[in-house]
Write a protein that binds this ligand. Structure first.
Ligand SMILES: C[S@@+](CC[C@H](N)C(=O)[O-])C[C@H]1O[C@@H](n2cnc3c(N)ncnc32)[C@H](O)[C@@H]1O
Length: 309
């Protein structure tokens, strides 16, 4: 299901693991172009309900069009999944049968020049998923201290040369503010030791720094932890949660939280999770061939268990 907006990843696997029930209520926490939502609706319609959430208004508008044939069974909400509980209580819904998270950015966000996520095109350093938010990558790069910059490059980009890169940014911005994606990418390359300046065919040297800035601007890891905790609470008995992540920082959070809730459930006999995927599910080689963006995807699935004792 290729799309100009975003080609959904691991769709067959998501449908399979969600174990869809007629009349079930499902939440797509990362609606994007509506690819996963549409696949869910194709299976449950005309029964059940699909709630689609995205903090990007452009995603909501695209998905509205994409899902228009199912509109009587769809509720779209522009919001952050860190507020999942509040979003559901606004809709007067207490529990749901299944929840999907497909993390990170959409193809549209990466490709759309004005969104400022990519160094492949020169544009204003923006990187906000939520266009109503004030804080953006430009503000971050020009206001964080050298130490703060180095810390986020290391923590969220796992960048070996974080200190050198931060130092050059701070020196350069005294002369001229760093406001474009190209300026920043060039600074990253300039700050690297000679042998590291060349890019391999897959990875541009600025990739990790851009990932780190994106995570910080959108507070992605904090939103993930909060959103996942709330999602587990609102699942009904035997409801399933499916999470697709694209880098190790996200995957680690999902893996640890699932394990922790599984263990707490066993210890306290209250509610818990059964981990369905002992190892993460990866896309097939055919899927990666057709959609290179899928290559780093990892799907983890767990099932809610109420009253373990
Ligand atoms: C990888 S795309 C999802 C693509 C979607 N599954 C599809 O089939 O088209 C991730 C989407 O999640 C949204 N997103 C990321 N973090 C979010 C958050 N904390 N709250 C709400 N939406 C978020 C992004 O704006 C983006 O549209």
């Amino acid at each position: 299901m290729a799309s100009f907006f975003h080609t959904p990843v691991l769709t067959k696997e998501i449908l399979n693991y969600l174990d869809l029930k007629k009349g079930g209520v499902y939440i797509d926490c990362t609606l994007g172009g509506g690819g996963h939502s549409k696949a869910i609706l194709e299976s449950i319609y005309p029964h059940g309900l699909l709630i689609g959430i995205d903090q990007d208004i452009e995603a909501i508008e695209t998905a509205k069009e994409e899902l228009k044939s199912y509109i009587d069974k769809v509720k779209l909400v522009k919001g952050n999944f860190k507020n999942l509980k509040g979003i559901l209580s606004e809709l007067k819904i207490e529990t749901v049968s299944g929840i999907v998270f497909d993390l990170g950015v959409s193809f549209h966000q990466l490709k759309e020049k004005k969104r400022g996520f990519s160094f492949k095109e020169d544009s204003h350093l923006d990187m906000r998923m939520d266009l109503t938010q004030e804080f953006n990558a430009d503000i971050l790069i020009n206001s964080y201290s050298e130490k703060e910059l180095a810390e986020i490059f290391e923590k969220y980009g796992e960048e070996r040369f974080s200190k050198r890169i931060a130092r050059l940014i701070v020196t350069e911005r005294k002369r001229k503010a760093v406001t474009t994606t190209k300026q920043l990418a060039d600074l990253v390359v300039r700050s690297l030791p000679k042998a590291k300046k060349r890019h391999t065919w897959r990875i541009h040297p600025a990739t990790r720094v851009f990932q780190a800035i994106r995570i910080e601007v959108n507070q992605e890891l904090k939103a993930l932890e909060t959103g996942l905790n709330q999602a587990i609470r609102i699942l009904e008995d035997k409801g399933r949660i499916c999470v697709i992540s694209y880098h190790s920082l996200e995957d680690r959070i999902v893996k640890h939280l699932f394990k922790e809730v599984e263990r707490e459930g066993k210890d306290q006999g209250n509610y818990g999770l059964k981990i369905i995927t002992k190892k993460p599910i990866r896309p097939s080689s055919e899927e990666v061939r057709d959609n290179l963006k899928a290559r780093s995807a990892k799907l983890r699935v767990a099932e809610k268990i109420i009253s373990i004792t």
